[in-house]
Design a protein around this ligand. Structure first.
Ligand SMILES: NC(=O)c1ccc[n+]([C@@H]2O[C@H](COP(=O)([O-])OP(=O)(O)OC[C@H]3O[C@@H](n4cnc5c(N)ncnc54)[C@H](OP(=O)(O)O)[C@@H]3O)[C@@H](O)[C@H]2O)c1
Length: 264
């Protein structure tokens, strides 16, 4: 007998919403996915992947088991005003940066279980580092959301006070890592590779390094020791990067992003 699908409605089919939708369609067989945005033509391609799309947030919303909010913070009130009267039993999982659980509970008048999530766009490839927070009274709903996001990479439950930090390290972190890849690619071109080959080597090298830290659970420096021969070319390059402020500029950049999100 076929088990009943979980109806997931993603409201806000933009960068994150589409990444989550595509990821869920690939990695979560149990999910029946609906995605909405006002300019619905932009997401018609999702229909070819078996999803439903609509410009109407209330399209079959009464059957939703999970609502994932992926709109900008200033769009939340309009969306909730639109959908709340038509929801039945749905859990609301919000990826909206800066919108805390207390505010969400106030906006939803405690009529629905709310969960705060911070995924990243690598969810599309089943590689998101998703951080999740929920209050004690929404534990069961929270665990359902953890199970859903486990299919899209890793899902860890964190204290809500760390959500801004999770936004910077996990969501913005994608951009920081991509900037590293771009810089390595540019250097690769300077030392003789064509752009395509340089990008392929730089990307796979980062993926391999990440795989090592994830699987061996070792400190990066321990793994670096395996690559650095005394007086060799790796250590001179690494030390020069540090002389030029490599770690320091990364830490300062992350802290600058964090200071900004904290003040929003
Ligand atoms: N991008 C990321 O990597 C990332 C990661 C973690 C968290 N987030 C958070 O996720 C949220 C979305 O970010 P994003 O980068 O995906 O933004 P985005 O690309 O601008 O997507 C927002 C989408 O919401 C739609 N929208 C606006 N008003 C709507 C309404 N009333 N009903 C339905 N859809 C509506 C917009 O499409 P229309 O104008 O066509 O309606 C747009 O496609 C933000 O709160 C952000 O902080 C983003």
């Amino acid at each position: 007998m076929q088990s009943k699908k979980i109806n997931v409605h993603i409201i806000g089919g933009g960068n994150l919403g589409v990444a989550l939708a595509v990821g869920l369609s690939k990695f979560c067989n149990d999910a029946a996915i609906t995605v909405t945005r006002r300019n619905v033509e932009q997401i018609r391609f999702l229909e070819k992947l078996g999803m439903r799309v609509s410009a109407d947030n209330n399209f079959e919303i009464g059957q939703a088991d999970i609502i994932i909010l992926t709109v900008k913070p200033y769009q939340v009130d309009n969306v909730l005003k639109d959908i709340l009267p038509h929801l039945n039993h749905a859990i609301i999982a919000s990826a909206v940066s800066g919108l805390n659980i207390e505010a969400l509970e106030e906006k939803t008048k405690l009529l629905h279980a709310v969960v705060r999530i911070m995924p990243n766009i690598a969810a599309q490839f089943g590689q998101s580092a998703t951080c999740i927070s929920f209050s004690e009274n929404n534990k069961e709903a929270g665990q359902r959301i953890v199970s859903l996001f486990d299919t899209l990479g890793t899902a860890v439950v964190i204290e809500e006070k760390l959500m801004n930090g999770a936004t910077i390290l996990g969501a913005c972190g994608t951009a920081y890592a991509l900037r590293y890849i771009r810089a390595a690619m540019q250097a690769g071109i300077e030392i003789g590779f064509d752009a395509k080959t340089a990008l392929a080597i730089a990307s796979q090298t980062v993926k391999g390094a990440a795989q090592m830290t994830l699987e061996e659970k070792a400190h990066p420096e321990q793994l670096i020791d395996r690559v650095t021969t005394p007086q060799g070319c790796t250590i001179v390059g690494l030390n020069e990067m540090e002389h030029q402020g490599f770690s320091s500029s990364l830490i300062k950049g992350i802290k600058t992003s964090f200071d900004m999100i904290r003040d929003l």
